[in-house]
Design a protein around this ligand. Sequence first.
Ligand code: KIV
Ligand code: NA
Length: 278
Amino acid sequence: APKVTIQTIGKLHREDQPISVVTAYDYPTGCAADSSGVDIVLVGDSLAMVALGYKDTTEITLDEMIHHCKAVARGVQRAWLVADLPFGSYNASTEQAIHSSVRMVKEGRAEAVKLEGGKRLAPRINAIVHDAGIPVVGHIGLTPQSAVALGGFRVQGRSLDDAKRLIDDAFALQDAGCSIIVLEAIPPPVAETITRLLAVPTIGIGAGPLTSGQVLVISDMMGMFDRFTPKFCKQYLNMGQQLERELARYTGEVRGRKFPELGTHTYSMSAVVEDEWS
Ligand code: KIV
Ligand code: NA
């Protein structure tokens, strides 16, 4: 299948074809996502929680994100590869934002970076896109990196004022040069309005069916993270439970000397030596 580019995404959007996005955190999840046919693979900073066990996403460093992005990139040949800039790697200044974005592309091998926030990030996004030439994906609504300031992980844009602020933010991000905007945990009518008003595609998570595309966290959808599962997540598989069951079976077989099986899982000596050995 041909390489997905920003042009491919634009074409899908123009033809009103939903864009499919999933997160990946390492080489095997990158390979699986890529060969499954998703359009965009996102190395989300959700990896802090679901793959590294941190309490929230503010703990992960740029170096750690780059380390994981490199691994995902080795497995992704076809999909468009986007990586999150983690908390603290773009908040200080425009120079810092450009420096971090360049590292994510140069070292991490990402094709675009994603960052969280509305209007106030517009100058920074503008610099990353137009000075560094790196495509940027925006992210508004529930922005986990600032969950403390938002008062926790909660739906955004429920009041008229909040909904209007989200629309303003979306326009500011589009004007600053964002290629795509992620809408997280906002009521479907607000997401639909933003999607209808904008020229760039929106990718929803907990934003209803009428965004330009959808994204899910692979660990949530595959049942690999059980600290909590958001309302908006659909669980396709209970991999965690399956993994645990099969590992218990393995341990039982080791203890019962049922594994390994001679012949099936073992090597033979050369015929001559084998005779002398026994
Ligand atoms: O970190 C992440 O996985 C994300 C997606 C949920 C959009 O930002
Ligand atoms: Na993220």
